[in-house]
Design a protein around this ligand. Sequence first.
Ligand code: AMP
Ligand code: MN
Ligand code: MN
Length: 316
Amino acid sequence: MKNIFEVLQDVEHIGITGHIRPDGDCIGSIMSLYNYIVDNMPELDVDVYAQRVPENFRYIKNIDKVIVDYPDVDKVYDVMICLDSSDLERIGEADKYFKSAKKTVCIDHHISNDSYADICHVLPNASSTCEVLFDLFEEDKISKSVAEALYTGVIHDTGVFKHSNTSKHTLEVAGCLINKGVAFSKIIDESFYQKTFLQNQILGKCLLNASMTLGNKVIYSYIDLKTMEENKAMPSDLDGVIDQLRITEGIEVAILLHETSEGIYKISMRSNNDVNVSEIAMTYGGGGHIKAAGCSAQGDIHTIIEDLVDKISKQL
Ligand code: AMP
Ligand code: MN
Ligand code: MN
């Protein structure tokens, strides 16, 4: 695919969705595509879905148009476009719109993407789905609001141009977006660095729960269901915790286990150097990127950690 208009020919009803537990690239990509279509093809009918919208993305134009929680609609979309999700399971309950759609499209950058749509446009070397989308948009048709949503996705998936997925092209894309007048300092502070008091408290708890192993090359921590519930914390309140673990001196791999329901853990992994954490996540049915991956696991937390550490040690 060279231009997003290729999949918008002869369609009237368009559905857009991202992945469950949406992050900045997910929200940035669904909203930039939504706003791009509304700006340039106002005659089309577009619905945009997400499981929820984290508070720190409220500055994105039309964010109030996001239909949350995947309600039952008996609408058949001419095309359903899924962004930033590597597999059908990750789109959660939005798969009901996907199954009934006449045509399905997936735009993504995950190395583990399993080509689940009719048309798949996956660039594993791109920093973010927003970077992939930028190249499918015509630059003169990108408004400031589309640019702000794209910029959001790029800074979130690159950790503000810090992760190894940041390329010359990523910075060129960011440069074009800055030329569109995006309030880049404000977006970086408000959506990325700013934490609520609760988020800082949860971060503190995770840091206190952390342990090191494998000659201090692996750091792992956890947060249990009870602590999350007592503090009324949302999964998005854990954003950034894994990065704080990862920047511990001498660490090769950081692991965070978040108990989402009793005995079920959402696992995040980050690698600083050579360990391929996507490969390890895939042994649990998850995936992601070489240096940032995730999966879910059920069972005894110590057994899970032991198994992950064992797989890391084999790679080291
Ligand atoms: P996270 O640790 O949730 O920030 O995820 C890190 C990376 O791994 C992201 O690119 C996710 O899209 C991907 N990822 C996380 N969980 C899963 C999963 N269960 N299946 C596939 N990919 C995942
Ligand atoms: Mn994502
Ligand atoms: Mn992404």
